[in-house]
Design a protein around this ligand. Structure first.
Ligand SMILES: Nc1nc2c(ncn2[C@@H]2O[C@H](COP(=O)(O)OP(=O)(O)OP(=O)(O)O)[C@@H](O)[C@H]2O)c(=O)[nH]1
Length: 840
């Protein structure tokens, strides 16, 4: 144990340059010019992801302060942080929307996104992860690895995003660094390398261990913050060299053990580490740079996770975390390639992708392995992905984009490869939370904002030319390039929404339209029976915040009903082939069928498959259905018809979507899990409007649907994957309640550890056994969160039966058990449940 009174070394200022002391860098051209000049290898596009309340916003505030972007540290509990700037965020002390800030640190530019932790805002996390190159995951040292940590970790790993782990709240009673490290290995199934470990000092009067700093394993230094002489904002760090064993025997021993573990772990990955060790056979002599370089590559390739610790609220440990972002997370030049496709629809080849959702049936084209994509090696090709859109009361529509290659110029024209339309770009901005800076261009690797257009939605790919302000020089293949679209999770809760009076209708419609464009995880449908609009979202909190924004911020006069579960309809028998008879120049022959299980598991043909954005519906345009004139035009050198092929197909898809959203025969609910087959279509060669395509397709589907009687349709309801953390003594009661009162199917009862599959679970457990973990001097305190749970009950249950479950679970187990759940899919309801649901 280390007692107070170690000799203190020299005092130094934090490494960041204190550029701006009084406020955010408002319109500072110097600041902006400096950031724009940062070479790409010194740019980091990262996100902070974690379970709710782990300390993401608190840590981001310190990062902004130590780098000099802000002059004071904001506090979540007082509602004055930079990134939680929405009124709902300030009032509730939680992050709702991801905010982007730019942090200069040691000649690097860190573009950082603070994401929400609550499961209802998962879409915010998903869309942010899509455009990030790396992430910091923050854990609460008392709670350890929590449910949402596992979820966001999995999402990051699916996208090959390297992660640095930061164990926060080391100052709390019951904090366990070693225990949390072990959980990282066993639950997240990763190898770890400890970059720093906690340093405690015993308070002789209370006997308590006080967290005062961190031990830097590679540089063999002790960093102390909490010395009262040094002030308390944490910007000054006391650095003590601990490389001399006789001066600091205990600290030396601690570093030696950590270095031994690091050398052994990294040696498996990089032989430079082994060679360097063999030169002296002394773990303390392996140069810090050799270890850091190896860990950088190990982290980027997903071999191991660097782990650090701190207590952001107490201003301890944040500067080393910023260093770690620069040291271990990739620049835009080092990222794995975002998937790029060309949507030349007539040559489509469907790739079965778990993540795929939008109508993206496309041919992979040549990709550059550094900057995302270069079609035909055109280095001037600009590609950007729109990942977020907000409607600002003063600045108008703001579209957030990540540029993957080339340069995006203001006042230029780019192509939206989803719609095929040319889009006029206005000003370009860099954002620091809600403070904009106008810029002369956005270069590859940048995250910025486009203004002046409403022709872009979340998930669109923009294609342009870096040198020219128009799109004339782009080849057809380049024009059709697309980055993989962003998956939108299905909304499972709904509320009815009506204008308070007839005259409030127009304003309500406009406000809802804005909210839906901003947040694609919201969905609006119309219930013909009740004449009400139905707004659906990810959860009760999501809808509550939306209501708050609608009524309090946007001042819409509306009546919002109670939150209820979203149901869908599907057909149980296929329809015959139906032919349109609208006589408006477009004819179509189609049939409908349905499927069970996830859409990703469907065996589909190689060509002509389109996934609709909503409700897991699929359209198959049979290749033989293409009309002769269109086929001829596709094979010709120059396109000869007034409308492009993409536009025609989009017309058909809109018609399908429109009809399926109107609802089925049973309860007029939107249809789900439907396959629409287009057997034949014809179009006049001089047709130049898509309305007939939309109308004919729509009415033909409605005819097909109305040919089915009520008994040929059924309801689908959301089913959740539930994990209940419970002690042995409560196990029986909890499983009994799940099965009888909640209609749940028990899928397994395990020891508390929940990696996704057995193989990785076994690997992770073995790995955890052999991972070096420093002794926790705080182990005398019990872990409070989830302390009771040493069993995990896995179950699948209808969402409807899980509403209010926490209260029931707490009362069954006297507050000892906890649970979490995530959306599994829509399932057909059993006949007895169907009646019950319809009656209600
Ligand atoms: N004791 C202690 N409390 C902390 C620390 N860091 C954050 N907190 C507190 O934890 C609570 C949550 O902090 P936030 O920064 O809002 O956490 P978050 O992860 O951003 O939360 P969401 O965005 O809502 O998911 C606040 O009350 C903080 O003051 C820490 O190092 N020690």
């Amino acid at each position: 144990m280390i007692s107070r009174g170690v000799r203190l070394g020299s005092v130094f200022l934090s490494q960041g340059r204190r550029l701006f002391h009084s406020s955010l860098a408002r319109n500072s051209t110097d600041h902006h010019a400096e950031l724009l000049k940062t070479p790409l290898d010194k740019v980091r596009n990262i996100g902070i992801i974690a379970h709710i309340d782990a300390g993401k916003t608190t840590t981001t505030e310190r990062m902004l302060y130590y780098s000099g972007v802000t002059g004071r540290i904001g506090n979540v509990d007082e509602g004055d942080t930079v990134t939680d700037y929405m009124s709902q965020e300030k009032d509730r002390g939680i992050t709702i929307q991801s905010a982007a800030v730019t942090i200069p640190w040691n000649k690097h530019k860190i573009n950082l996104i603070d994401t929400p932790g609550h499961a209802d805002f998962t879409f915010e996390v998903i869309r942010s992860l899509r455009i990030l190159d790396g992430a910091v995951t923050i854990m609460d040292a008392v709670a350890g690895v929590e449910a949402q940590t596992e979820k966001v970790w999995k999402q990051a790993k699916e996208l090959n995003i390297p992660v640095v782990a930061y164990i926060n709240k080391m100052d709390r009673e019951g904090a366990g660094f070693g225990r949390t490290v072990k959980e990282i290995v066993s639950r997240l199934a990763t190898r770890v390398v400890l970059v720093n470990v906690p340093y405690f000092v015993k308070d002789n009067s209370t006997g308590q261990m006080i967290f005062e700093g961190v031990i830097d394993v590679f540089d063999k230094k002790l960093l102390i913050w909490n010395n009262t002489d040094l002030g308390s904002d944490g910007s000054k760090v006391n650095v003590i060299d601990i490389s001399n064993e006789s001066e600091h025997p205990e600290l030396y021993q601690q570093v030696l053990e950590c270095r031994e573990a690091a050398v052994e772990q990294l040696g498996e990955f990089d032989e430079n580490v082994i060679n360097s060790f063999l030169e002296t056979e002394d773990y303390m002599e392996v140069p810090a740079n050799t270890l850091k370089n190896a860990l950088r590559q190990a982290c980027i390739s997903g071999f191991a996770t660097p782990v650090l610790c701190g207590a952001s609220f107490r201003n301890i440990g944040v500067q080393p975390l910023l260093d770690a972002v620069n040291d271990y997370l990739p620049s835009p030049l080092e990222i794995s390639v975002p998937e790029v496709t060309s949507s030349s629809i007539h040559q489509t080849k469907t790739k079965k992708r778990k993540q795929l959702q939008a109508s993206d049936t496309s041919l992979p084209v040549k990709m550059d392995n550094r900057v995302g994509l270069v079609v035909n090696n055109n280095l001037n090709l600009m590609t950007a992905l729109a990942f977020k859109m907000i409607s600002h009361p003063i600045r108008g529509i703001m579209v957030f984009v990540r540029v993957y290659s080339g340069k995006l110029q203001p006042n230029s024209t780019v192509l939206n490869s989803r719609t095929g339309e040319k889009v006029r770009i206005g000003k370009l901005l860099l954002m620091n939370a809600d403070v904009p800076q106008e810029v002369k261009y956005l270069s590859s690797g940048s995250i910025g904002v486009i203004t002046g257009t409403d022709q872009i939605v979340t998930g669109d790919t923009l294609i342009g030319h870096s040198l020219s302000k128009n799109t004339n020089q782009l080849s057809p293949k380049e024009q059709a390039a697309k980055l993989l679209p962003i998956k939108i999770p299905p909304p499972v809760f709904s509320v009815s929404i009506e204008p308070s009076t007839v005259s409030d209708n127009r304003k309500l419609t406009t406000c809802l339209d804005t909210l839906l464009k901003e947040d694609p995880s919201l969905h609006l449908s119309y219930d013909e029976d009740s004449g009400q609009n139905i707004l659906s979202g990810m959860g009760e909190l999501h809808l509550d915040i939306t209501k708050d924004r609608l009524i309090n911020d946007m001042k819409a006069n509306a009546e919002v009903g109670e939150v209820r579960v979203t149901y869908k309809e599907t057909i149980t028998v296929p329809t015959g082939v139906f032919k349109s008879n609208t006589g408006d120049g477009f004819e179509v022959e189609l049939s409908l069928e349905s499927f069970e299980g996830p859409v990703e598991d469907l065996e589909l043909p190689d060509e002509g498959v389109y996934y609709l954005e909503q409700d897991d519906n699929v359209v198959i345009v049979e290749p033989s259905s293409t009309p002769e004139p269109v086929r001829k035009a596709l094979n010709a050198q120059i396109w000869s018809l007034p409308m492009s092929y993409e536009t025609m197909i989009n017309g058909i898809l809109s018609g399908v979507n429109g009809a399926l959203q109107v609802g089925g025969q049973r309860a007029k609910l939107p249809l789900h899990s439907i396959i629409v087959r287009i057997h034949k279509w014809t179009i006049l060669t001089d047709a130049n409007s898509i309305s007939p395509l939309i109308n004919s397709t729509r009415t033909t589907i409605m005819d097909a649907l109305s040919s089915l009687d009520e008994n040929s349709t059924t309801l689908l309801e959301p089913v959740m994957k539930v994990s209940v953390y419970v002690s042995d003594q409560d196990l029986g009661l909890v499983t009994q309640d799940l099965m009888s009162a909640r209609n749940a199917k028990i899928t397994g009862i395990d020891d508390e550890a929940s990696t996704s599959n057995n193989e990785s679970l076994i690997w992770a457990k073995e790995q955890a056994e052999k991972t070096y973990i420093p002794h926790d001097p705080t182990l005398m305190y019990m872990k409070t969160a989830q302390a009771s749970g040493n069993k995990v009950v896995g179950a699948e249950a209808p969402l409807r039966e899980m509403i209010g479950y926490l209260i029931k679970l707490r009362s069954l187990t006297r507050g000892r058990a906890t649970y979490d759940m995530e959306y599994l899919g829509m399932e057909r309801t059993a006949p007895d449940r169907l009646r019950k649901i319809l009656d209600q």
